[in-house]
Design a protein. Structure first.
Length: 121
């Protein structure tokens, strides 16, 4: 099992996004955090007020966004992208092809990137 923590602006809105659009299910809720899971991945959605969002000793505050990301492998990328676009999801790029397959970066409601990846068949 892999666990990833994402800083989010609204844990409930993020959980809805991951569950309704990307096939996750809610595992646990407590305070301003929601844990969602898909296969062997547990994603901790840490909203404002969680200990993970406290400023570090040098004054930086953990926040959503960045370029590190989870990768969700999909069988057919096009219908998933269409569903996400219809739901108003934001994309950082269009579907691109590389030596291993096709990919696109979609943002969750807080701006965290998610790579959808379709392996070359």
């Amino acid at each position: 099992m892999a666990t990833v923590r994402y800083m989010v602006d609204d844990a409930e809105a993020s959980a809805t996004f991951y569950c309704n659009l990307l096939g996750f299910s809610v595992e646990q809720r407590f305070g301003p955090i929601v844990i969602v899971a898909r296969d062997d991945l547990h994603l901790w959605l840490a909203g404002p007020g969680t200990s993970a969002r406290r400023p570090t000793p040098d004054g930086r505050t953990p926040e959503p966004g960045g370029w590190n990301r989870i990768v969700i492998e999909v069988d057919d990328i096009e219908p998933i992208v269409a569903t996400l676009r219809a739901a108003g999801a934001r994309f950082r790029n269009d579907v691109i092809s590389g030596p291993g397959g096709r990919q696109i970066l979609v943002e969750d409601p807080s701006g965290n990137p998610i790579e959808l990846f379709e392996a070359r068949g």
